[in-house]
Design a protein around this ligand. Structure first.
Ligand SMILES: [Zn+2]
Length: 210
């Protein structure tokens, strides 16, 4: 399904792993091997300070593309900095964790000093990856002081499943499947948060492909 996937020019200089896959800039090398689950040391700070693309590591323009899960269309929050649009689309289609729903994230054997993305992560594979292009976003601290990203409103959204365009049904199903977790959080906060969640959910559903 990904044979039409063309590596963006900016990603051509990235190192390759033993399967020949480009290793995104943000990935940490552990004992000489890239570990795609671990963020390079200082990666978030460097990406922000030097305005670098999270995927290719080169300077990023005014457009910011976040590769996120479907629930981020609801809570408008990402744990990782933005990328070029083309780099983000390539990642959303090629990343094995995002592109293959049956592939489980391995949680075991993670190094002790791995960097945990900030905030409440929904630790499951949503099966649907979203590229959220925006011109306005900002960083804010999570309760532990680690950076999170308010991804703002989208100028474009691209939805993928298994490396191809996601169907409307897949997008809507992926949003529904994540709602109980967000609803539980909102109910702890009170009726205003629940009302806000409902409004944001309606907006997210409206972004599903026709
Ligand atoms: Zn890039």
């Amino acid at each position: 399904v990904t044979e039409d996937l063309v590596l963006p020019q900016r990603m051509e200089k990235l190192p390759k792993d033993k399967h020949g896959r480009p290793v995104p800039w943000f990935v940490a090398f552990i004992d000489g091997e890239p570990d795609f689950r671990v963020i390079r040391r200082g990666g978030i700070g460097d990406a922000l300070r030097f305005k670098l693309c999270w995927v290719c590591g080169q300077p990023r323009g005014v457009n910011a593309a976040f590769v996120v899960g479907p629930m981020c269309a609801v809570n408008r929050t990402s744990a990782e900095p933005p990328s070029h649009r083309d780099c983000a689309i390539y990642s959303a289609r090629a990343c094995p964790f995002l592109a293959t729903p049956s592939m489980k994230r391995r949680e075991r054997h993670l190094p002790d000093d791995r960097v945990d993305p900030a905030g409440v992560m929904i630790r499951r594979n949503p099966g649907v990856a979203l590229v959220w292009v925006t011109r306005k976003w900002h960083v804010f601290p999570d309760p532990n002081g680690r950076p999170l990203f308010d991804i703002g409103s989208s100028t474009q959204t691209y939805w993928y499943a298994q490396g191809r365009d996601a169907t409307r049904a897949e997008v809507l199903a992926s949003i529904e499947s994540g709602l109980p977790i967000l609803r539980e959080e909102a109910e702890k906060e009170g009726p205003q948060a629940v009302g806000y969640l409902d409004a944001m959910t309606t907006l997210a559903r409206g972004l599903a492909p026709r």
